[in-house]
Ligand binder design. Structure first.
Ligand code: CTP
Ligand code: CA
Ligand code: CA
Length: 668
C-alpha cells in the first residue's frame, strides 16, 4: 500500500450518520468482488505495459543513460524506439539510415541473432548486413520479460487471490478484485458484517470519504453528468485501491530491475488497456466508472482492444465511421444484422466501455515458434535443412529454459510450416518420448518433415519456413529417466495434441492456445489480440495470428545484394508479406484442416452513417484478401506424419546458460 491512507476517516457502522446516503452498491456486489466475478460493478482490472520495451532492455543491459536516444535495429529497420529518440520524430516505420539523419546522436543496437552452427544467439556488430544468413532472437527480451513477470507476481498475494494474465512479451493484465475486497474489509470494518436481514440486495452504507487522494495518477476527466463534488462511492474507492497496488508494483519493477512501465486501472480489460496507453511513459491512468463515457468518446474505436484488426475494418465498412462517438448512434439491431448477433452485441457493448472478459491466469508457455522469411526465396532442400538446424537450436534452447532437461515440462508435437508462393503446407509429428529431449531429435524430426514436403512436390522456391513445438505438458520432476514420460506418453495423446496444434495453425478457434512465444519475422503491420469471447473469435483467424503486436517482429527490408545461404540461383524476391488480415474464416465450428472451406456469406456493408449524417463520406475500401504463411487458406494442406523410429542422437555441445552477451553499443 502507499504510505498515505486517505480513507482512515471512515467511522464504524455502529454510528451511522442519520443523513448518510446509501451506496449504489449492495452486499451482493461485495461478494461478487471477492470472487472476481466478471460482471461485478466494483471489479478492478489493471493493465501494465512496459515503455519502449526492447529499447529499455538494451538500455538496461548496456547501462546507457536514460536520456540517451536509442533504437533497436533489426536489419535495416527499427523495431523499438526509446522515448528520448521519439522526440526526434523516429518511429518503427523508418529505416536506420533515415533515423540516423533525424537524430545523429542515436544509438542503434541490433537485436541478437542466431547464425548457422551456433548453439546460442549472440549480439554481433555486423548483424545488420547479414539478414540472409542470420535470424533474430528475442531471447534477451523474453528473459527480461520473465523477470518482470516474476517481480509482479511476487508483489501480489498468492493465488487464488492473485490473477495475472501475461498478454504479450511486455504486458500483463491483473484482476485485483479479490485483493481489493480483502483490503476493503480491513479498512472499512462497517462492510464486514453480513447483509442486514441476510438480504444481499441491501445497499451498502455510503463511504464517508468525501475526497480521494489520487497521488500522481492521470485521472481521466469526468463524464458531463458528473462533478468532482459528487461524493465517492465504493467503485471509486475500489479503483483507488487498485491504483495504489499498481503504483507499488511499478515502483518495485523500477527499483529491482530498472524498467519503467505504464498502467491503466479500470473496471475491465478493455478500459485498462486503453488506459495504459493513454499517458506514456512511466505513468498510470485511472478510468473511474464515472469517466468512462468521456474517456471513450475521444477515441477511434479501432484503438479498442480486439477492434483494431479485421473486426474493426468490418465495423468501419458497415457503419462508415471509425469514431466511438458516431458508433454510439448506431442501433444494436443494425450491428447485429451486419456482424451477427454475438459480434454485434460485443461491439455495441465495447464502445460503451462494457467488457466482461476475464483475466485468465495463464502464464505458462504452450508453444514455441522459430521462423524465417527468405528474401530472396530459397531453392534447395539442403538450404532449408541448414535453417532447420538454427530453428532446432533456437527452440531447444528455449525448451531448456522451460525445464525440459529436468523433465519439468515437455512439448508433445513438432510442426513444420512451409510456404511456397501462396501455398502453405504444414506437417507435424509427435515428439518421441523415451529419453531426454535433445536438439538433435528436434532437428532430425524437422528434417524428416521437410523431406515430406519436398516429396509432395512443388516445394521451391520457398519464401518462409517455420518450426514450432506445442502441446507442452508437465513432466514428472525428480524422475529424470525414461519412465516419467513413458507412463504419460500414450500415442493417442500425442496425436491429439498434434491435431490440436494443426487446428491452431489452421484457424480452429477452439484449438490449443498459442501463447505468443513465437519468434518470426513479420511485416510491421500491427495485429490485434484475439477476443476472449469465443463467439467473435472467428474475426481473428488462427491463434498464432492473434497475438499482440508486441510479440511480432517486423519483416526485414528486402536486400537483394546481400549474400544468401543458398548456393543455388536466387529466386526473384517474392511479393511482400500481406499486411492485411486474411479472408474471414467460417463463423461455424471447426473445419477439417485439409478441407477447403467456402467463405461465409459476407455481412451487408451499407455505409450507415453516411446515410444518416454525411452523404459525402464513403466507407473505406475493403482490405484486400491476402495470404499468409500461417493463415488458413484454401490451398493449405495438412499432414500428420509419424516418424516410426526416432533418429539416433548426435550430441552437440550444450549451452550452459542463456546469459546475455553484451557487445559494445554501436554508434553508426
Ligand atoms: N514490437 C515489434 N514489432 C512490432 C510491434 C512491437 O518488434 N510490430 C516489439 C517492440 O520492439 C517493442 C515490444 O514489441 O519494444 C513491445 O511493443 P509495444 O508495447 O507495442 O511498444 P513499445 O516499444 O513497448 O512502446 P510503448 O512504450 O509505446 O509501449
Ligand atoms: Ca510496451
Ligand atoms: Ca505492448
Amino acid at each position: 500500500m502507499s504510505s498515505s491512507q486517505p480513507f482512515l476517516s471512515s467511522s464504524p457502522s455502529s454510528l451511522p450518520s442519520p443523513r448518510r446516503k446509501k451506496s449504489r452498491f449492495a452486499y451482493k456486489h461485495l461478494a461478487a468482488l471477492s470472487q472476481s466475478q466478471t460482471t461485478c460493478p466494483l471489479r478492478v482490472i489493471a493493465h501494465i505495459d512496459l515503455d519502449a520495451f526492447y529499447a529499455q532492455c538494451e538500455m538496461v543491459r548496456l547501462g546507457i543513460p536514460e536520456d540517451q536516444p536509442l533504437a533497436v535495429q533489426q536489419w535495416q529497420g527499427l523495431i523499438a524506439i526509446n522515448y528520448p529518440a521519439r522526440k526526434f520524430g523516429l518511429n518503427r516505420h523508418i529505416t536506420s539510415t533515415e533515423a540516423q539523419k533525424l537524430c545523429p546522436d542515436l544509438i542503434m543496437q541490433h537485436v541478437a541473432t542466431w547464425q548457422e552452427g551456433d548453439d546460442k544467439w549472440a549480439y554481433r556488430e555486423d548483424s545488420f548486413k547479414n539478414m540472409a544468413s542470420q535470424k533474430v532472437s528475442l531471447d534477451p527480451y523474453r528473459l527480461e520479460s520473465r523477470k518482470i513477470l516474476a517481480t509482479i507476481k511476487e508483489a501480489l498475494p498468492p493465488a487464488p487471490i492473485q490473477r495475472v494474465e501475461k498478454a504479450s512479451i511486455d504486458e500483463v493484465f491483473l484482476d485485483l478484485s479479490a485483493q481489493i475486497h480483502s483490503i476493503l474489509l480491513q479498512r472499512y470494518p462497517e462492510l464486514s458484517g453480513p447483509a442486514p436481514y441476510d438480504d444481499p440486495t441491501t445497499p451498502l452504507p455510503r463511504p464517508l470519504t468525501t475526497a480521494l487522494d489520487w497521488h500522481t495518477d492521470a485521472l481521466v476527466d469526468l463524464d458531463a453528468s458528473q462533478t468532482e463534488d459528487d461524493d465517492p462511492d465504493w467503485d471509486d474507492i475500489c479503483i483507488l485501491l487498485g491504483s495504489e497496488i499498481v503504483r507499488r508494483i511499478r515502483q518495485t519493477i523500477r527499483a529491482k530491475l530498472n524498467y519503467t512501465c505504464s498502467a491503466g486501472v479500470a473496471r475491465n480489460k478493455l478500459l485498462a488497456k486503453l488506459g495504459s496507453g493513454h499517458q506514456k511513459p512511466n505513468a498510470q491512468t485511472v478510468v473511474r466508472n464515472r469517466a468512462i463515457a468521456q474517456f471513450l468518446s475521444s477515441f477511434k474505436f479501432t484503438k479498442i482492444r480486439n477492434l483494431g484488426g479485421k473486426l474493426g475494418d468490418e465495423v468501419v465498412a458497415l457503419c462508415g465511421t471509425d469514431t466511438v462517438a458516431e458508433l454510439l448512434g448506431v442501433p444494436l439491431e443494425t450491428l447485429k444484422r451486419g456482424l451477427g448477433d454475438d459480434t454485434g452485441m460485443w461491439v455495441y457493448n465495447a464502445v460503451r466501455g462494457e467488457d466482461y472478459s476475464e483475466v485468465n491466469p495463464r502464464t505458462q508457455i504452450k508453444s514455441m515458434l522459430s521462423a524465417k522469411s527468405f528474401r530472396p526465396a530459397i531453392n534447395a532442400f539442403e538450404v532449408g535443412v541448414r535453417w532447420l538446424r538454427i530453428f532446432a537450436a533456437d527452440i531447444f534452447s528455449r525448451c531448456v529454459e522451460e525445464g525440459v532437461l529436468e523433465n519439468k515440462r515437455r512439448p508433445r508435437t513438432l510442426n513444420l510450416h512451409h510456404r511456397q508462393g501462396a501455398q502453405t503446407r504444414s506437417k507435424s509429428a509427435p515428439i518421441p518420448r523415451g529419453g531426454a529431449l535433445s536438439e538433435e531429435t528436434l532437428f532430425e524430426l524437422a528434417r524428416g518433415l521437410l523431406a515430406q514436403v519436398v516429396a509432395d512436390g512443388r516445394a521451391w522456391p520457398c519464401a518462409n519456413l517455420s518450426l514450432s513445438v506445442g502441446g507442452f505438458e508437465d513432466g514428472v520432476v525428480g524422475n529424470k529417466g525414461i519412465g516419467g514420460f513413458l507412463v504419460r506418453g500414450e500415442e493417442a495423446k500425442a496425436m491429439l495434441a498434434s491435431e490440436r496444434m494443426n487446428a491452431a495453425v489452421h484457424g480452429d478457434a477452439e484449438a490449443e492456445e498459442e501463447d505468443g512465444e513465437g519468434e518470426r519475422e513479420r511485416p510491421l503491420k500491427r495485429r490485434k489480440l484475439r477476443p476472449d469471447n469465443p463467439s467473435i473469435a472467428n474475426f481473428f483467424g488462427k491463434r498464432e495470428e492473434s497475438k499482440d503486436e508486441s510479440e511480432l517482429e517486423p519483416e526485414p527490408e528486402p536486400l537483394d545484394h546481400l549474400p544468401n545461404l543458398s548456393s543455388s540461383k536466387a529466386a526473384p524476391t517474392p511479393a511482400p508479406e500481406p499486411t492485411k488480415p486474411p479472408p474471414r474464416p467460417p463463423q461455424t465450428t471447426s473445419t477439417l484442416p485439409s478441407s477447403a472451406p467456402s467463405p461465409p456469406p459476407r455481412p451487408r456493408r451499407l455505409p450507415l452513417l453516411p446515410l444518416l449524417r454525411n452523404p459525402a463520406s464513403s466507407p473505406p475500401p475493403r482490405p484486400p484478401l491476402s495470404h499468409h504463411p500461417h493463415l488458413p487458406n484454401n490451398k493449405t494442406r495438412t499432414h500428420q506424419t509419424r516418424i516410426p523410429h526416432p533418429p539416433p542422437h548426435r550430441h552437440r555441445k550444450r549451452r550452459p546458460t542463456l546469459a546475455p552477451n553484451a557487445t559494445a553499443s554501436q554508434f553508426r
